[in-house]
Design a protein around this ligand. Structure first.
Ligand code: FES
Ligand SMILES: [Fe+2]
Length: 281
């Protein structure tokens, strides 16, 4: 029997929650929506709700007391963007008619209706799983993530110098950014003048080993003793680079130097759209 248009649209809705204006293919969106993604540093989440875009989905993220909530950035009443609202008494207040939502996304006050006796429990925001790890708030657009959050034991090792920068927006896909972070062949060209050695462009052979949710590899890299600002000398040192890549867009890197001044860098990428990425490094 043929489906009516209404039945067809209900079935489509069931199949994919991909936003109508999404720049991803349906296949990519459906797959990526089932992974954890970094969306904001916990320290940047203060007294105001923040607008976030993940896989073209507009989200609001807010703290309600101790809980962090990630929800669709659209009020269930008349569609106002909740990220333009504010926090009061550990609830998110919609800027249009003042409906309030608690730390579970449930509506707990409807000011224009007065102190109503009963607010139906189903009056709630569409919320998503949230986790805070390594100072980053992560979310997943599916209730059942396909893989766990990345494990970066180096973050707890006191002997490793950590690198932390403000989030950066790149005009490229998350796939392209991950390639770049894991690519050492560009050092001699793009980073000539700082740590890249223009006289040693050949990449040493290395092995790649699968890990639980990604890949690991180690390799020697000839590095000029200059920092990213060019300070230092022209002397070169062979460093050991240990990369640990975790699906879908997360990497960590330990750079070990012979003098024991080892560095730890992580690189977590939020796929904002198919052509924009927010980098947490
Ligand atoms: S649109 Fe949010 S309270 Fe009316
Ligand atoms: Fe008005």
């Amino acid at each position: 029997m043929q489906q009516t248009p209404v039945e067809r649209s209900a079935a489509d809705k069931e199949r994919s929650k991909r936003p109508r204006e999404s720049s991803f293919s349906a296949e990519n969106w459906d797959l990526l929506s089932r992974f954890w993604h970094p969306i904001v540093y916990g320290s940047d989440l203060g007294a105001k709700p923040l607008p976030i875009r993940l896989l073209d989905q507009r989200l609001v993220v807010y703290r309600a007391g101790r809980r962090v909530v990630v929800a669709n950035d659209v009020c269930i009443h008349r569609g106002a963007p909740l990220s333009r609202g504010w926090i009061a008494d550990e609830t998110l207040v919609c800027p249009y008619h003042g409906l309030r939502f608690d730390g579970s996304g449930r509506c707990v006050a409807i000011p224009p209706a007065g102190p109503v006796a009963h607010i139906p429990p189903k009056l709630r925001l569409t919320t998503y799983p949230v986790a805070e790890r390594y100072g980053i708030v992560w979310t997943c657009l599916s209730p059942e993530p396909l893989a766990p959050l990345p494990e970066w034991p180096g973050m707890e090792q006191m002997n490793l110098q950590k690198v932390k920068l403000a989030p950066a927006d790149w005009d490229c896909s998350a796939f392209r950014h991950v390639e770049n972070f894991n690519d050492v062949a560009h050092f001699s060209f793009v980073h000539a003048g700082t740590f890249g050695d223009p006289t040693a462009p050949i990449v040493a052979r290395y092995d790649v080993a699968p890990s639980a949710n990604g890949l690991r590899r180690s390799m020697p890299v000839n590095q000029v003793d200059r920092d990213s600002f060019g300070k230092g000398s022209d002397q070169t040192t062979v460093m050991e680079y240990d990369y640990d890549y975790t699906l879908p867009f997360n990497s960590s890197l330990v750079i070990s130097s012979p003098d024991g001044r080892d560095e730890y860098i992580y690189d977590a990428v939020c796929p904002v759209s198919s052509a924009k990425s927010r980098i947490f490094i």
